[in-house]
Design a protein around this ligand. Structure first.
Ligand code: B12
Ligand code: SF4
Length: 444
């Protein structure tokens, strides 16, 4: 095949919010950087632009990244592009979790990581020897992989078009929560990007704040403190306004690293407490124990260093009874969390939870677009589906009402010096309004 251009597509979900899309198309930026220089490459992020179908030719290769909830949209785009003769490659989360399904409508399905397969696919298409499925689950070293190229940095205007730049520093998580899909795409071996590459990327992108894509960055505090220390010492020197990471609560046992993270401009820890219900331990791969006194201690410890804590909770786990909503809300109020994220347990393909629900006849027949963590897609074990739906609605109305958002914003403000007020208010409100928006999808 004679390739005239490679286009990388992010299927739409949110569109623009006050003139900008939520976050930069980081997955596509990394993949576009792997395209050899001699091939023209473009990023079509449907959250910021309509797909220009008229520009697709029989010589176009289209790569689409996939999440479960937008897979139907991905299929529509793929079908239209194929009708125009393009060759369509689909990779990312849903393609990895359900490759048999995706391969019924994509020319090529890429399972696992694309750092090595994507280049191979382009080469094989050029040589007319492409296969229909490529798999990379070797969890290879991340050093030197997909360094963002200058042409990609010119192509994406992160400041003009996006609220939040994303950034990958580590990848993988050795835990095995029954509902987790991220580990299927990122693997269970924790890998690190070299610190000098991280620094170089931040400088070349000229970003002052970012949201880390790493699923369990905080676990490295225990498993590789030397790497974390080296990273924080390097980031300390950069003129950053703040960045966030996802962690589990054991970060509270590492006060020295929390202090260092503050010096490295850490703004917030998003901590997956997941449940205040101690009965849910089995679903959580051993990471949270439902010990709310311990949760409060960790929140206090992190906040005492001037860093915010966002608490992440899932409802509908096996031991959850209807009182879980009131108990969680009481905890949120008492604990002084800066922000809260509530999601409904969602049995994504490829997870142990889904396999169990199928075996027990508990899975509902709903389209993938409802797999957005705001809809009930299965029969819960210890309450009815209506109780789960109504309880979720109740707690979200409480947490994301304007007075609640304002109360948390003011509380956060009080904890920080006045010179940080603007930055802290933006950070607090943007997180809360983001979750409020997510919750609004429940009736879609
Ligand atoms: C950043 C992120 C977001 C950003 C996305 C911004 C953007 N424009 O990309 C925001 C905050 C908007 C977001 C929202 C949501 N997200 Co999200 N998100 C992530 C996160 C943390 C990182 C993804 C990332 O950028 N990784 C870094 C890049 C470099 O790696 P990568 O994406 O894995 O890509 C590699 C491979 O997958 C592969 N690949 C990917 N695409 C393609 C395409 C081709 C052609 C090829 C060859 C290869 C390939 O190659 C890449 C390099 O190896 C992941 C968790 C995770 N760690 O994967 C969750 C994750 C993808 N999100 C998830 C969910 C559930 C959501 C929400 C529904 C949450 C919610 N309740 O609203 C929404 C949905 C919004 C939407 N539009 O779809 C789930 C998806 C589950 C599923 N089965 O689909 C994940 C896996 C988190 C989880 N814990 O389960 N998310
Ligand atoms: S700790 Fe987080 S990333 Fe790790 S398996 Fe559990 S949910 Fe997934």
């Amino acid at each position: 095949m004679n390739i005239d251009k490679v286009v990388l597509v992010y299927p739409k979900r949110d569109g623009k919010i006050l003139g900008k899309a939520q976050g930069s198309p980081y997955t596509l930026m990394r993949l576009a950087s792997l395209v050899p220089d001699e091939l023209p490459v473009e990023i079509w992020d449907e959250d910021v632009m309509p797909i220009p179908y008229e520009r697709i030719t029989p010589h176009t290769v289209m790569g689409i990244t996939s999440k479960t909830l937008s897979i139907e949209r991905a299929q529509q785009i793929a079908t239209s592009a194929r009708r125009r003769g393009a060759r369509v490659v689909v990779g990312g989360t849903h393609a990895t979790l359900a490759p048999e399904e995706v391969s019924t409508w994509a020319d090529i399905t890429a399972v696992g990581e694309g750092y090595f397969t994507w280049r191979q696919i382009l080469q094989d298409l050029t040589d007319d020897r492409a296969q229909t499925m490529y798999v990379d689950e070797s969890w290879a070293n991340l050093a030197g992989v997909a360094r963002l190229t200058d042409r990609v940095l010119k192509m994406v205007d992160e400041k003009r078009d996006y609220w939040t730049p994303y950034m990958e520093i580590t990848r993988g998580c050795p835990r095995n929560c029954s509902f987790c899909t991220a580990i299927r795409v990122s693997g269970r071996i924790m890998r690190h990007r070299p610190v000098d590459e991280v620094v170089e990327e931040i400088e070349r992108r000229d970003i002052k704040r970012f949201f880390l894509t790493d699923d369990n960055f905080g676990l490295n505090f225990r498993t590789d403190p030397a790497y974390i220390e080296q990273l924080f010492r390097a980031l300390r020197k950069l003129p950053l306004n703040g960045w966030t990471n996802q962690a589990e609560m054991m970060v509270g046992d590492f006060p020295d690293l929390i202090q260092l993270s503050k010096e490295a401009h850490m703004d917030k820890f998003f901590i997956g407490f997941e449940s205040v219900n101690a009965g849910n331990k089995r679903d959580l791969g051993g990471k949270a124990k439902g010990n709310i006194e311990e949760y409060k201690r960790v929140i206090k410890t992190v906040q005492s260093y001037g860093i915010g804590v966002v608490g992440l909770f899932v409802f509908g786990l096996e031991a959850d009874t209807p009182d879980v909503f009131q108990n969680t809300w009481d905890f949120c109020k008492e604990s002084g969390l800066d922000n809260v994220s509530f999601t409904i347990m969602t049995p994504y393909p490829g997870t142990a939870a889904r396999a169990q629900y199928i075996q027990e006849g508990r899975l509902f027949d709903v389209p993938w677009s409802k797999y957005d963590t705001t809809h009930v897609t299965f029969q819960p074990a210890s309450m009815t589906a209506d109780q789960l739906r109504e309880g979720y609605d109740w707690i979200c109305r409480k947490a994301y009402s304007l007075p609640s958002i304002a109360t948390r914003g003011v509380r956060t403000l009080r904890r920080h010096p006045m010179r940080d007020a603007r930055r802290k208010l933006f950070s607090s409100f943007s997180t809360d309004f983001g979750y409020r928006r997510t919750y609004s999808y429940r009736s879609a």
